[in-house]
Design a protein around this ligand. Structure first.
Ligand code: ADP
Ligand code: MG
Length: 489
């Protein structure tokens, strides 16, 4: 498939994403069966998960709470009157013969996810709806050569389906959207966002149109995408394939495709000539769910800080760059740690530098999470403040004090600095001794300085730092060296 760039440039990509997020509830959506990943097959089941006749579902209130949390975070409309519906289809891992979902009354409508890409800048990707439903069981085809194994631990696990508008115009935008959705569900503590384990899954709808055209082309839906990168790869592949088909006089068929991550190509699972007929009807075994304004207000008041709010605060109030704000807010626990540091730090900028440099470097090296980091936020703030207040050079603090803190996590940095004689030397008579030695060591360099090579100053600074083991106050030393070099003229 080799399509010329000038042909590609005539087309526009259209993407809409459907995300399924498994909720982090203790029990399932409509029964008290455990909701846990990785247990022995068919151990988190009961007559309800098995779909035995005569059993009745009971709504897990927590799944509705999580839906409201997500809806509020996306500025969506929360529905007051919610009904459940049956979506009927036959499949071996769906013993009831239907899935409980929401059809005409999704719990959330509208709202958006804010993204940013290099090509299109800031953008709000609209949400069509978010609705509650239950997961099916799992069919396993690769254990036995002759049989399909069924594991019903997943049957009945609560899901939110998040359906976007067809608002994305590049694979990068789809990538940014999924990254934001994953970050958001993690901040909200409603889903672990783990695409490899299938706790967050994505179907990508893709079509193209000629630039300037009004209507979208026929769309395909790509399933089985198990990482954000693979969503991007599959979309890129489909974009070129659609152009190729159309440019060679063909037509795109409405179809469901699967993506092969090894070859990077898609293939057809089934064509969709007509809409699937699931014979939706209202679930007779569940009462409608009413969500009151008071309830919404209560959930709103309990919302944790959102990544987008922190981003605004860091780039706005703190004057950090977008890059810095992104690194700091990427992981919720890391951001919350930084929030604590900032409470007692003299400068948010310097606190951010320590977080992104030494702290991140250290936890990456140990491959641990910030929650396992030995040092208290208040001590990182104190470390940053020692440098801000000019009590210690940045290098000395980083190379000597920080490692000492790591080996004595309970000691306050200022006390450790005093104990190990790391406090910066500002005493002029002490500094003079080192400066005299430095000047005496390089008489020819002194001459060079005097003949105009001012850059040579760094050499003397370096020498004084070496002699003082990094403790000489850089500002005072700098001025004193200049004086020494010029006075001797
Ligand atoms: P279905 O039940 O067939 O999956 P839905 O209405 O639930 O249909 O979901 C449709 C998804 O496809 C939405 O995310 C929507 O934004 C997206 N979509 C609709 N039309 C197009 C199109 N022409 N190109 C790309 N995506 C589209
Ligand atoms: Mg769909």
């Amino acid at each position: 498939m080799a399509v010329k760039q000038e042909i590609i440039d005539q087309y526009e990509l259209i993407v809409g994403l459907e995300v399924h997020a498994q909720l982090l509830t203790k029990s399932k959506a409509f029964s008290s069966d455990r909701n846990e990943y990785g247990n022995l097959p068919n151990t988190n089941t009961s007559a309800i998960s098995l779909g035995h006749p005569g059993t009745l579902p009971v709504l897990n209130e927590r799944s509705a709470e999580y839906a409201v949390r997500l809806g509020l975070a996306c500025k969506a409309q929360i529905r007051e009157h919610n009904e459940f519906a049956r979506k009927n289809y036959f499949y071996a891992d769906l013993p009831k013969g239907y899935q409980i979902t929401q059809d005409t009354t999704p719990i959330c409508n509208g709202g958006f996810i804010a993204i940013k890409t290099a090509e299109f800048g800031d953008k709000k990707v609209g949400l069509t709806r978010i609705h509650m439903e239950e997961d099916s069981g799992k069919s396993i085809h690769d254990i036995s050569p002759f049989d399909t194994m069924i594991d019903l631990n997943r049957a009945g696990v609560p899901l939110l389906e998040i359906v976007s508008e067809p608002d994305m115009r590049s694979a990068d935008e789809a990538y940014a959207y999924l990254t934001e959705v994953r970050k958001l569900v993690r901040y909200l503590d409603i889903c672990d966002g783990n695409m490899e384990e299938g706790s967050m899954r994505c179907d990508a709808n893709v079509s193209i149109r000629k630039k300037g055209a009004e209507v979208f082309g026929t769309r395909v839906e790509i399933k089985n995408l198990n990482s954000i990168r693979n969503v991007k790869r599959a979309i890129e592949f489909e974009f070129l394939r659609h152009i190729d088909v159309i440019e060679s006089g063909g037509e795109i068929r409405k179809a469901t495709l699967t993506f092969n991550a090894t070859t990077g190509e898609t293939s057809e699972m089934r064509t969709k000539e007509e809409a699937d007929d699931y014979r939706y009807f209202p679930e007779p075994d569940l009462q409608p769910l009413t969500i009151t304004q008071d309830y919404i207000e209560k959930i709103k008041a309990e919302l944790p800080p959102l990544p987008s709010e922190l981003f605004e605060k860091y780039t706005g109030n703190f004057g950090l760059s977008e890059y810095e704000a992104n690194v700091l807010t990427d992981d919720k626990d890391f951001a919350l740690y930084f929030e604590e540091v900032v409470k007692s730090a003299k400068s948010a900028k310097s606190a951010a530098n320590w977080m992104m440099g030494e702290v991140k470097g250290h936890i990456n090296e140990l491959a641990i999470d910030i929650t396992k980091f030995a040092l208290k936020p208040a001590h990182i703030a104190e470390l940053a403040n020692l440098v801000e207040e000019g009590k210690m050079g940045r290098t000395l603090a980083s190379q000597q004090l920080f490692p000492l803190m790591l080996s004595s996590p309970d000691k306050a940095p200022a006390a450790l600095a005093a104990e190990h004689d790391l406090v910066q030397v500002e005493d002029v008579s002490e500094l003079e001794v080192w400066i005299e030695q430095a000047v005496a060591k390089f008489p020819d360099k002194v001459e060079e300085y005097r003949s105009g090579k001012k850059g040579i100053l760094g050499l003397f600074m370096g020498e004084v730092m070496r002699l003082s083991k990094g403790k000489a106050d850089p500002k005072i030393t700098n001025q004193m060296i200049i004086k020494a070099l010029e006075n001797n003229a």
